[in-house]
Design a protein around this ligand. Structure first.
Ligand code: ZN
Ligand code: FE
Length: 295
């Protein structure tokens, strides 16, 4: 019961899915002894559309891409949790701005990518590294495109489910803009994420879903899974609930940037830009350029 109350408290200040809390509580009712080992995952909103993801057990927490410190500190204090680790995916200020202050205040370890300016000191990690956080192994996947050194963190098993923190590389229904990388690099990065298990929980850093889905529907107006997902996400946003985490399965069904080899998507890209060639990278580049100007 105490743990049940803890869940309710943990989520009271954040609208992350009352449904998920209810699901967890019903699990609790069946197997109360397992409850103490379950990790909690939730997004703390920041700025206008960022999420700072938190994963925590009963005492310690990790946060991902803290663009600001205030909301995270308040949340940690409110829930009596100690910040153990800060994971950073890339160098943009809306992902790093709160890291130094959080480290100074809490003593947390900071982990970030090699080859990008970061709030020093920190542990640098690269493709192929595994970083242990809260007893969980997070694999580092290099995903250049949005920035040159962007990384994602993937844990194959958090309470039975894979978990991905992918920063600004993969969004629900979209992908990051190509500030420092090429379409070929981004396509390859998204291919790697797309190859993760279907059940992988996809934790992106921005709530861009509805705008992305509007574009996705312009590309694939006859995709019925996309239409259903749009309706579901609209209902969530109406209540100010996050649309995230998404899953790799859902993204493969609805995200045009993971579907650029599908016939309907290729055709839409060709109609949009008849002058482009129709190899995989050109189709992807056409989609990304089209999204940049889509309103
Ligand atoms: Zn960014
Ligand atoms: Fe960002």
């Amino acid at each position: 019961m105490l743990l049940a109350l803890r869940y309710l408290c943990a989520f009271r200040t954040n609208p992350l899915t009352v449904q998920k809390v209810a699901q967890r509580l019903s699990v609790c009712g069946v197997k109360p002894l397992q409850e103490s080992i379950l990790m909690q995952l939730l997004p703390i909103p920041a700025f206008t559309d960022n999420y700072i993801w938190v994963l925590h057990g009963t005492q310690r927490a990790l946060v991902v891409d803290p663009g600001e410190a205030g909301g995270v500190m308040d949340w940690l204090k409110q829930h009596g949790l100690q910040l153990d680790t800060i994971l950073i995916t890339h160098h943009h200020a809306d992902h790093t701005g709160g890291a130094a202050s959080l480290r100074e205040t809490t003593g947390a370890r900071v982990v970030g990518p090699t080859g990008e300016p970061m709030p020093e000191p920190l542990q640098r990690v690269d493709e192929g590294d595994t970083v242990m956080v809260l007893g969980l192994p997070f694999q580092v996947i290099k995903v250049p495109g949005h920035t040159a050194g962007h990384i994602a963190y993937y844990c194959p098993d958090v309470d039975g489910k894979p978990l991905l923190f992918c920063g600004d590389t993969l969004f629900s229904g979209g992908c990051g803009r190509l500030f420092e990388g090429t379409p070929a690099q981004m396509l390859n990065s998204l291919d790697r994420l797309s190859a993760l298990p279907d059940a992988t929980q996809v934790c992106c850093t921005h709530e861009y879903t509805l705008a992305n889905l509007k574009f996705a529907q312009a590309v694939e107006p006859h995709n019925t899974e996309l239409a259903a997902y749009m309706a579901q996400c609209q209902a969530l946003r109406t209540q100010n609930f996050p649309t995230l985490p998404s899953s790799i399965l859902v993204e493969k069904q609805i995200n045009p940037f993971l579907r650029s080899r599908q016939a309907a998507v290729r055709q839409a890209a060709t109609v949009h830009n008849p002058l482009a060639s129709n190899d995989d990278v050109s189709v992807f580049a056409t989609l990304r350029a089209w999204k940049n100007v889509f309103k």
